[in-house]
Design a protein around this ligand. Structure first.
Ligand code: ZN
Length: 342
């Protein structure tokens, strides 16, 4: 539409009023009302056409021309509005209100997280704090500072995943011990939960990725009796007051003496069943007194400080507690499995 300038005051007012009305339109019916007000048979435009004869002969032609221009402008503007709201109401009609509503599912905690939280609660109550470390480690933190120098036979026990960058995926959470002791002076009481990685072929009891919790306590006069007390207290927190703990001599490069610890079987209460292979005991993990050689790496004086360390596999505990017979179930993300823990 060709633009023209409006000279008559009452026509300028008309245009201003129309655009104000138009800006207030929010639906189809309101657009219809505005159209009727301006373009209806007895609307503002037609009443102004009637006023042409009141104008002086010299003004009549211009007044008519301007009014016609305004009429077609308003028509175009209001039609755009009507089309817009018609399209919206068409969309609204496409919503089938007879369809059932969308169901919202409440999430549930993964069994590994349930056990991790229980483990943390147990150790928080004994004054331990949570520490973390990187999953990509260096040879120094994963082996060397834990008293496993190059060519140490125990390195062969751990099938390590090495990275092209020269780093490796940590094979245990023990490197966190070193990182914490480097930064802190005793007393130290931490647990370090996290993922660890091994070059294992997945089967019912092995996974290349699994969760460990490392524990470390260093202070003056810390003894093996303290370790046993902490582990027993933990077992009772997790499996009830009747839980028992036993220690068996073992070997780890970073503890001396070293032990493996077992919990009494919660399913048969020590009588013997398939889960405990009729022994009445469930193997949990290793523990021991921190080897003085490890203290030398972090600058602790082994003549002044002693400490204990322990580990545990989180999946192993979850499998016993929830009677799960295949570790792979934890990582397949099958909702039918996970929902059982909500
Ligand atoms: Zn049993």
């Amino acid at each position: 539409m060709e633009k023209i300038s409006i000279t008559f005051v009452e026509l300028k007012e008309l245009v201003n009023n129309f655009f104000q009305d138009k800006s207030g339109i929010t639906n189809f019916n309101e657009a219809e009302k505005v159209r009727f007000k301006y373009l209806g048979r007895k609307g503002l435009i037609s009443s102004l056409f009637k006023k042409i004869k009141e104008k002086s002969p010299s003004e009549r032609a211009l007044f008519g021309k301007e009014l016609n221009f305004i009429k077609s402008l308003i028509k175009q503007e209001i039609e755009e509005k009507l089309v817009e709201f018609e399209k919206i109401s068409e969309k609204e009609e496409k919503i089938d209100i007879t369809l059932p509503g969308r169901k919202f599912f409440l999430g549930s905690k993964h069994p590994i997280n349930i056990i991790l939280e229980e483990i943390k609660d147990a150790f928080y109550s004994m004054g331990f704090e949570v520490a973390t470390g990187p999953e990509i480690e260096t040879d120094y933190y994963n082996f060397e500072a834990l008293n496993m120098p190059e060519n140490h036979p125990s390195r062969d026990l751990q099938d390590t995943l090495y990275l092209d960058s020269g780093g490796l995926l940590r094979t245990h959470t023990s490197p966190v011990q070193i990182r914490v002791m480097e930064k802190m002076k005793p007393p130290v009481r931490i647990i370090a939960p996290g993922r660890v990685f091994r070059k294992d072929t997945p089967d019912a009891t092995h996974s290349p990725v699994f969760y460990q919790v490392e524990g470390l306590c260093v202070d003056r006069d810390v003894s093996m009796a303290d370790l046993k007390g902490v582990i027993l207290s933990f077992a009772r927190h997790l499996f009830g007051r009747s839980a028992k703990v036993r220690f068996r001599p073992s070997f780890f490069p970073f503890t001396e003496p070293s032990a493996e610890y077992d919990f009494s079987c919660i399913l048969c209460r020590g009588k013997g069943c398939s889960v405990c292979k009729n022994t009445g005991w469930i193997e949990i993990s290793g523990a021991g007194m921190v080897d003085p050689e490890v203290f030398k790496f972090v600058g602790y004086d082994p003549e002044v400080f002693t400490g204990f360390a322990f580990g545990m596999g989180v999946e192993r505990i979850a499998m016993v507690k929830f009677e799960i017979d295949d570790i792979r179930l934890f990582y397949e993300n099958d909702l039918r499995f996970i929902k059982q823990f909500s």
